[in-house]
Write a protein that binds this ligand. Structure first.
Ligand code: HMG
Ligand code: MG
Length: 281
């Protein structure tokens, strides 16, 4: 069974030039909750100076209606973020680092090693509270500052995250440059050491390869995919990072390929209308 992590409320809203009103975010998330999605990444507990678009994370979490069975997760960069997230009872946290040093410095003002040292106590605390922990690896294929990233570099970061106890890794094509053959070669490297059940794929879609990359990953045993309704998304600290692969396409494309996907596309379209009328892209 395919698991889709809808990251639009986080990856999508962080990249809008204007700040989307909290009430719109809440309506959008409530509409998504009813569509059969298993997990929704609601917001980020990062510095509001770095990402002002998501400075209302607490308010959004307090106001959404939580549907039983749906996991409501959030991005957390450090212990401070974890404490803010715990105050509103998030279901799961997502730490984030990169496979390239320059991106990490731009995005979280830390080296890869510093970020992992910072994450270790957060993973321990999260597990003590019974929360699962995702670890994103951005620039897993390509870095906007350093160019192509070798699969061995991404594997090295993946192993370090698994070593500190991260439960699930999300492998990010942050700038959307991966081809299906890059996807195959990175996944073959990762799968030699990490079981497919621990891996999610997070494709941005610059050159229209997003859906092909999803299918290439599925053929290698991956069943968890990140995507955004309407194809919003991008990272403010990765120049040129475009939208994520569209959730509607992931549902349709995987179903056509023979996978079991329990998400209602009609309900996704209804949720998208809430943003479309505001001109969100
Ligand atoms: P820093 O400036 O190095 O942090 O930022 P610091 O520890 O020196 O603290 C500076 C100030 O920030 C202090 O406040 C802290 O309290 C505050 P002051 O004393 O100046 O008033 N602070 C915080 N406030 C609220 N929540 C917090 C927090 N932490 C510190 N958690 C930091 C380091 C990591 C905080 C910063 O760089 C940051 O927030 N970065 C986030 C960048 C981001 O969100 N990027 C987008 C998400 S990643 C992405 O999109 C990729 C992904 O989609 C996958 C893919 O596509 O590849 C996941
Ligand atoms: Mg992303």
């Amino acid at each position: 069974m395919i698991r889709i992590v809808e990251v639009g409320p986080r990856d999508g809203f962080q990249n809008q030039e204007r700040v989307i009103p909290t009430s719109v975010k809440v309506d959008f998330i409530n509409a998504l909750s009813d569509s059969g999605l298993q997990e929704i990444e609601v917001s980020s507990f990062v510095s509001p100076k770095w990402v002002p678009q998501l400075s209302d994370a607490v308010e959004v979490f307090v106001k959404i209606k939580r549907v039983p069975g749906v996991t409501y997760s959030a991005l957390v960069p450090n212990m401070h973020g974890f404490e803010r997230a715990m105050a509103v009872d998030v279901d799961k946290i997502a730490l984030f680092t990169g496979a390239s040093e320059s991106f990490n410095q731009h995005n979280i003002n830390a080296s890869i090693a510093e970020s992992i040292t910072r994450f270790s106590p957060v993973v321990r605390e999260a597990h003590a509270c019974g929360l699962p922990v995702r670890g994103y690896i951005s620039t897993a294929f390509w870095c906007p500052y350093e160019g192509q990233v070798k699969p061995s570099q991404t594997l090295d970061v993946a192993k370090r995250l698994v070593d500190i106890g991260v439960d699930e890794l999300s492998i990010g094509d942050t700038v959307g440059q991966a081809t299906p053959s890059d996807t195959q070669s990175l996944l073959e490297t990762l799968l030699a050491k990490i079981p497919p059940s621990k891996l999610a794929m997070h494709f941005h879609d610059t050159y229209g390869n997003g859906m092909q990359n999803v299918l290439a990953s599925w053929k290698l045993g991956i069943e968890t995919f990140d995507s955004t309704v309407g194809g919003t998304g991008g990272c403010p600290y990765a120049p040129g990072a475009p939208g994520n692969v569209r959730t509607e396409d992931v549902v349709k494309g995987l179903r056509e390929a023979g996978a079991e996907v329990s998400v209602d596309i009609g309900k996704l379209s209804k949720a998208w209308k809430i943003l479309e009328v505001l001109g969100v892209t």
